[in-house]
Design a protein around this ligand. Structure first.
Ligand SMILES: [Zn+2]
Length: 79
């Protein structure tokens, strides 16, 4: 099933875009990831470092499912 764009009447396509929480969460994710890796490499911090790095990856790699208009490029959230 396809949607029609409310703005230009164009065809909406299914898309998955990255950065679900926006730049903020992407930066948090990257920071957590490298902090976790740093803890692992420094030794003794692997127990905290590995979950931290995984949490960072999860935050940074969060994806959003959206409809994107072929005509005007506007984006609508998919449920
Ligand atoms: Zn459109």
């Amino acid at each position: 099933m396809n949607l029609t764009c409310k703005q230009c009447g164009g065809e909406m396509r299914k898309r998955t875009i990255s950065g679900g929480g926006g730049c903020f969460w992407f930066l948090i994710g990257i920071t957590l990831f490298f902090a976790g890796i740093g803890l692992c490499l420094s030794g003794g911090g692997a127990i905290i470092g590995i979950p931290l790095a995984l949490a960072g990856l999860f935050c940074g790699a969060k994806r959003r499912k959206v409809w994107r208009c072929k005509g005007c490029g506007c984006i609508v959230e998919r449920a």
